[in-house]
Design a protein. Sequence first.
Length: 84
Amino acid sequence: MEELYRMIEETIKATGYHGDIDGQDIYEDICDQIEDKEPGSYLLMSKKTDDVFFEYQVDVMEDQFNLGYVDIHEGDKVYHADFD
C-alpha cells in the first residue's frame, strides 16, 4: 500500500501543487466517502482548508475503486492530476 500512497503523492506533486499531500489520507478519504455506494462513477469533494478543496473522480466497483483524477482547487487555480 505504501507504493500506492507514494504514487498518489508523486502524481499530485507533478501538477505543481505545493501544498501538503498525504497519499494515505487521500486514499482513506475516498474509502470513507464511497462506503455503501452502489457501483458507478462519482465526483467526490473534500474541503481541506477555507480556500482549498479536492475533487475526486472515482469509479466504484463491487470490491474496489478506480481513481480517475484529482482536481485540487486552490483559490482561482486548479491542479489536475490524471490517474487513468
